[in-house]
Design a protein around this ligand. Structure first.
Ligand SMILES: Cc1cc2nc3c(=O)[nH]c(=O)nc-3n(C[C@H](O)[C@H](O)[C@H](O)COP(=O)(O)O)c2cc1C
Length: 444
């Protein structure tokens, strides 16, 4: 098989203390990182030193998880609002992209179009929007609703939301602002376009009060896994966050989404698919395995059982069962495909309750030396299971420093990763086309 000539695209997931659910307890992690800007600055600058494409920050607009016994054992009870954090990071970095999450379920398109256009200016063309439909039902209670919007409706709303935001970003043609001191004309009204959107969920006249963003529009990121999610991603996403534990599973997702996009007339290379991966790096394989086990040993059983219940069904209570015994015969709950996969895993491998929740806590780990990590990245990339990775550092800030010092040079030696940024904008570094304004040339 000939080697790919393109290069890996890398995202760095900014997590409080690290991505592992028990990270904050580990001696190598900073426990009070969640609202410490100096911590985020250090991680961001290290990612930029390692020539990552982008930083990524996730979001939930609620205190995530009302089971306080479990939540109170994690570093997830406090976090920055993503756009605010990214605006600050824009000022202390110069090349790396800034992917902020904002939900389409509990927001208004005008706000989102305006904020991301602003971030694109503040960062000189490095903004990206991770467009999500809220998965966490607690969010409904913060926005005047008694119940969460159901899955199908969330996606219908997301699609219309997206169309409005993108329409607003085209309010101004690229050369609309003349600022001509002699004539006294600041902008050309002929190059301003009013959206006049009337739809099922939104009524938005426009235009936007920010000029067309430097990238044409910020890069669009999506992470849908369901049929509706993949359909939206295939239509609108330029970067897709995926979750897959094996090369065949990742290939299936990759081919599915790229084929859907091709069927819609899109260039499949205009979509970069990045599965999440958690590197545990040691000087030897034994040392890496020990490091992984150290993190796993810090998962409190209360938290572990909650992770399991969140997957198998809210009402399941396994606390009366022996953690080192098997799952009870027929656990209730209906959470669809993920639940079935976990039950199958427990059955096929004969896992105990503790072993099962530790599997969930461990995420998608790759455990080994820097060379092993580089081999894994290479193998997935060459097999077209991905276009790069969204890297979940188990602990921070040390986890990204080890990665940048030890894995990045190996990837560069193999020609898999840039030594210098290709361009000034995220779009240029990802190799994505700058979109034309849909209204350009038409009557204002
Ligand atoms: C890497 C990654 C990051 C995600 N970040 C968020 C997030 O910050 N906020 C959120 O509500 N959902 C987030 N999601 C959830 C996805 O948007 C999506 O809802 C989920 O993958 C389930 O797919 P579905 O919506 O098609 O059912 C993330 C998913 C992945 C894989």
């Amino acid at each position: 098989m000939t080697r790919r000539t393109d290069q890996l695209k890398l995202g760095a997931f900014l997590a409080n203390s690290g991505h592992h659910v028990a990270a904050w307890r580990h001696p190598r992690a900073q426990a009070d990182a969640s609202l410490d800007f100096d911590y985020f600055k250090q991680v961001a600058q290290t990612a930029e030193r390692g020539r990552f494409d982008a930083l990524f920050v996730a979001d939930v607009v609620a205190l995530w998880g009302h089971h306080l016994d479990a939540l109170s054992r994690t570093a997830r009870g406090e976090h920055f609002e993503p756009l605010t954090l990214m605006a600050a990071l824009a000022a202390v970095t110069s090349r790396i992209g800034l992917i902020a999450t904002a939900t389409t379920s509990y927001n208004e398109p005008y706000h989102i179009a305006r904020k991301f256009a602003s971030l694109d200016y503040l960062s000189k063309g490095r903004a990206a929007w991770n467009l999500v439909t809220s998965v966490v039902s607690d969010e409904a209670w913060n926005f005047g609703r008694e119940a969460h919007i159901d899955h199908a409706e969330r996606y219908r709303r997301a699609e219309e939301f997206h169309d409005v935001v993108k329409g607003l970003w085209d309010s101004w043609e690229d050369d609309a602002f003349l600022r001509d001191k002699d004539s006294g004309q600041y902008f050309d009204p002929a190059k301003l376009h009013v959206l006049n959107h009337q739809g099922e969920y939104f009524s938005v006249r426009g235009p936007l009060n920010v000029a067309r963003p430097p990238q044409g529009h910020p890069v669009l990121v999506q992470a849908g896994a369901s049929d509706a999610g993949k359909a939206l991603a295939a239509r609108v996403a330029e970067v897709i966050f995926a979750m897959a534990e094996t090369i065949p599973a990742a290939q299936a997702f990759y081919n599915d989404v790229k084929q859907r996009a091709t069927a819609l007339g899109r260039d499949p290379d205009g979509i970069k698919i990045l599965p999440g991966i958690t590197p545990f790096i040691g000087r030897t394989r034994e040392e890496a395995r020990e490091l992984f086990e150290e993190f796993q040993s810090l998962v409190d059983p209360v938290l572990g059982l909650r992770l399991l219940a969140d997957t198998l069904g809210e009402d399941i209570d396994l606390s009366a069962h022996d953690l080192d015994g098997p799952l009870p015969e027929t656990p209730v709950g209906q959470r669809g495909s993920r639940r079935d996969k976990v039950l199958e895993l427990a059955r096929n491998e004969g896992l105990t309750i503790r072993q099962l929740y530790l599997r969930l806590a461990g995420g998608n780990p790759v455990i080994g030396t820097a060379e092993d990590i580089a081999d894994t990245f290479d193998a997935w990339f060459q097999a077209r299971a991905c276009d790069g990775f969204n890297v979940f550092f188990p602990y921070l800030p040390g986890g990204i420093e080890v990665f940048v010092d030890e894995v990045v040079p190996l990837l560069q030696e193999r020609g898999l990763l840039r030594r210098e940024y290709e361009g000034a904008t995220l779009r240029e570094n990802l190799g994505l086309v700058r979109p034309a304004n849909r209204f350009a040339g038409s009557a204002a």
